[in-house]
Design a protein around this ligand. Structure first.
Ligand code: EPU
Length: 339
């Protein structure tokens, strides 16, 4: 057996839902060379790539070699006209990347403060919060092709980012492992994005009239802490579902019965409705089914109160989806990757 490979390893500390699934084999790689070597190991034909484990619900044990991406490194790679390019390795914790950029007085990531997970998995679902998405600062990423071990570059266009979506959830799924990400941040004339109402309100309550990037980050952290459970305290994976988009006919019919339904008009015929609101209307907010539950401050978030099995969380998710469909005729899709 390869010397660094562990057997029958609990993955509880490697997924933010804190599900105690087990990996038949487990290895953590710290460099691209190690990753390439591990991918070539023929004795372990089944491999499962694990990043920050923050968008993952494990419903079974994994009869595979779980490869944990621990590649580290953060560096400034260029400056031009008030912009700074940084390259971040895949295994860097996302929030630590945000704090590092703020220490360097670089702007662009402040609205994305406190999102759990690693930097290498941020492009997969184009993480987003409070009016900003990763794609707004993204330049390119490098990824290792699993079949060949070759490193290839994906430009922003090639990543085909959408709402919680990218090529890595579609055509490139299971074929590439992101190893590093290049972001373009502002070193002067920061473009603060406080358009998301709650940020302005939070800044006011903090007594800040002329905010800087650190203030926006602090405001976002305060808002998230007030609504979203901290994975260090209670297992969760952020938003479990995506916000659904419905057409005008369905929207107008629903609005008649629910005039206070929050919504965002995306185009003349497309309306995004918060899944959290739909789930709350169905009476699930704060409900608990054994150790699986729905967060009491944000119904979009499913939680593990302690020893929930992945399957119990999954059963709850299906129950919620069915109830939302019966009540509103709207399908809500998982945002979380279910294994
Ligand atoms: N709402 C309810 N009940 C709830 C939750 C929300 O009525 O239980 C209502 C709120 O009152 C508000 C609206 O729904 O009017 C939107 O709520 P919120 O601002 O909390 O945002 P969201 O649409 O529920 C999205 C992202 C979050 C992100 C926030 C802020 C998705 C799937 N989720 O949530 O992302 O932090 O906006 O930008 O788009 C994540 O992806 O893990 C995540 C936490």
């Amino acid at each position: 057996m390869h010397p660094d490979i562990q057997t029958d390893k609990s993955l509880k500390e490697y997924n933010t839902f804190k599900i105690d699934s087990r990996a038949r084999f487990f290895v953590s790689v710290n460099t691209e060379e190690e990753l390439a070597r591990v991918l070539q190991l023929e004795d372990y034909p089944e491999k499962f790539i694990l990043g920050g484990g923050s968008n993952l619900l494990l419903t079974t044990d994994l009869d595979a070699l779980v490869v944990h991406i621990g590649i580290k490194g953060k560096e400034v790679v260029g400056h031009e006209k008030g912009k700074t390019l940084v390259r971040i390795a895949a295994g860097e914790n996302w929030h630590e990347t945000v704090l590092w950029s703020l220490e360097k007085q670089l702007g662009g990531l402040e609205n994305l403060s406190l999102i759990p997970g690693n930097t290498g998995t941020a492009p997969v679902q184009n993480i987003g919060a409070y009016g900003v998405e990763l794609k707004d600062v993204f330049v390119s990423c490098e990824a290792m092709e699993i079949a060949s071990g070759k490193i290839v570059t994906f430009t922003k266009d090639q990543c085909r980012f959408g709402y919680r979506d990218s090529i890595f959830k579609n055509e490139a799924k299971g074929k590439f492992i992101i190893t590093s990400v290049v972001l373009e941040l502002t070193s002067e004339d920061h473009r603060l994005n406080t358009s998301y109402g709650a940020i302005d309100k939070e800044l006011q309550s903090m007594g800040i009239d002329e905010p800087g990037i650190e203030d926006v980050s602090k405001a976002v952290i305060r808002i998230r802490q007030s609504k979203l459970p901290d994975p260090a305290e209670i297992g969760n994976s952020g938003s479990f579902f995506k916000n659904p988009v419905i057409d005008r006919v369905q929207f107008e019919r629903l609005q008649k019965n629910h005039p206070d339904m929050p919504h965002y008009e995306i185009s003349h015929n497309e309306f995004k409705v918060p899944a959290g609101w739909l789930i709350e209307q169905c009476g699930f907010k704060g409900k608990r089914f054994g150790d699986a539950g729905v967060h009491d401050k944000q119904a979009l978030v499913l939680v593990n109160h302690g020893n929930a099995k992945g399957q119990e969380i999954y059963d709850l998710a299906i129950h919620i989806q069915n109830t939302v469909m019966e009540t509103f005729g709207i399908a809500i899709e998982n945002e979380v990757n279910i294994i």
